[in-house]
Ligand binder design. Sequence first.
Ligand code: UDP
Length: 469
Amino acid sequence: MELNSSSCIVLYPSPGIGHLVSMVELGKLILCHHPESFSKIIILITNAPHLDTRATAPYMSSVSATTPSITFHHLPTPPLPPNYAPSVIGLDFELIGLNNPNVRQALETISSTQFKINAFIIDFFCDAAFKVSSALGIPTYYFFTTAASNLSALLYFPTLHQKVTVNLKDYNDFVHYPGVPPIFSTDNAITVLDRSTMEYKFFMRTAVQMAKADGIIINTFHSLEPRAITALSDGLCIPDGPTPPIYCIGPLITGEQVASEEHECLVWLNSQPSKSVIYLCFGSLGVFGEEQLKEIAVGLENSKHRFLWVVKNLPSKQDIDPITMLPQGFLERTKGRGLVVKSWVPQVAVLNHNSVGGFVTHCGWNSILEGVCAGVPMIGWPLYAEQRTNRVIMVEELKVGLGVVESGGERFVSSNELEKRVRELMDSDNGKRVRNRVVELRDAAKAAMGDEDGSSRITLAKLITKWKE
Ligand code: UDP
């Protein structure tokens, strides 16, 4: 394909800030290291109020201000059927499907009036758009926002569907994916547990379609997940057909938090001793009911450790201040050694603050990567999506964290359990082992992305060459 100054790449992220950030970083990486090849990145944005954390708009403004070569193209909002109430993931898939005419129009307009589209990169949740770009003859790549281990599971999913004929939620055994530690059936991604759901069908279709793409880009790096990446590249995850080329270009984590230096939690962290604070944050959507909130507070208080705890509110209780649900006197008793923050903190800046010594995470893949890049050991407490699998990967494969043990049918974590894990991470030899390992991987992450001969930079260069052919 001939290149000129009007060549561009179009990115199509799924709604939700956790999906947007890594795609934007991919765009910035292309512009930074290959400006002679591509001077324009266009990002198609789907309006999805159900996932709006109020962090998305300021984030996009900041990107537009610092990187004008990235343009956000807002797609019209597709009308959903009335009284339609699937899960958050089901709604995502549905919205993306309804968006297809808008995506087609955007791609046609871009290529007829402005730029030649050398590659269209779609989030794996935006699978529906593959049909559109294929029909237009645009080279299409999937972008996988989570671990290579999860990609192994997803591409192997049609094979697993034939092998295990009951619902995974009732299987009660370990599932074996190429290059991945055994995953207990109910620790699999929520979307694949029940064959009767629309989410299961969407995932199956995605797995089949992805195999036909021009390539799959994963937000990971080789020395983080060598076994899964090798299994994917060796074609073990699609036993009955070819595997598309796999490109590991990570870790892609946000660099847009410089302006947040004065956030109250960073000011507070400045007054804490080095590596003394345990930071608790459960992603963009992680929330707890009153009973669990109280239990966390008791666990933190009894651990005697310093903490920074981000508390978000249940969507059904937006009018209630979650702070009022904490045990009586908790804030006074922990004053000075603990800070509770409502809503949103600049997580990357927090993790990189010298006072932070541990991270209790919901195991979102961005959060795990951010913990690794900051060299902060973790405690995994998964809540939704594929986070239970991520906990296994983090604890057993990467060995950069400990997992909480839940009790009760409702996956409750007791105050004793939280206290025990915090002490284990901060005070024990086991905690030291995890700490040393995460520092090792932090350095490997820097090398993969920072050096010209780093694995992720070499992979990106190969991809750029392919796009220029
Ligand atoms: N995040 C943040 N502040 C918060 C909560 C989340 O900056 O208070 C960021 C976090 O750094 C990460 C993203 O939001 O980049 C969440 O992505 P992740 O994959 O960890 O979880 P998700 O929210 O998608 O479940």
